[in-house]
Design a protein around this ligand. Structure first.
Ligand code: FAD
Length: 106
């Protein structure tokens, strides 16, 4: 079985990669679907207290699905909220597309 940290690393990889590949100009339907996806995700993420906190956070910060930029930045913020809760450093969200889409610039 995956432990909580392995599950978290793999899941963040999936979520940020999904955000990196989200459309630049999503249709209304795509926007609704991605909001639904995140709400449903937050009901089934297989770490109960993690999922509970995520649902609380998402009440305050609704998923931003207007564009690739909006959605990637929103995901970065969600991850940073968890980072802070766990005492980890915050990630610079200006670098999110380099980390998860384009690769690092030298
Ligand atoms: P991770 O936090 O898993 O990050 C993986 C990589 O993502 C990092 O190496 C970095 O390159 C990159 N990264 C870091 N921050 C960002 C960011 N803000 N934006 C973009 N990229 C970034 N664990 C708990 O103990 N308690 C919880 O309540 C909890 N809730 C979670 C909720 C969710 C939705 C998820 C997916 C995971 C949760 N976890 C929780 C797990 C936790 O977030 C970490 O995944 C785990 O602690 C392993 O951390 P890590 O240091 O290996 O890197």
């Amino acid at each position: 079985p995956l432990d909580k940290d392995e599950l978290g690393r793999h899941t963040w990889g999936f979520l940020h990669t999904m955000a990196a590949n989200y459309p630049e100009q999503p249709s209304e339907q795509q926007q609704r679907d991605m909001k639904d996806m995140m709400h449903l995700f937050s009901k089934f993420y297989p770490c109960n207290y993690c999922a509970e906190d995520l649902r609380e956070t998402m009440k305050k910060y609704e998923p931003q699905t207007g564009s690739q930029e909006d959605f990637s930045q929103w995901m970065c913020k969600m991850h940073n909220i968890v980072n802070v809760k766990l005492g980890k450093p915050e990630f610079d969200c200006g670098l999110v597309n380099q980390r998860w889409r384009d690769g690092w610039k030298d």
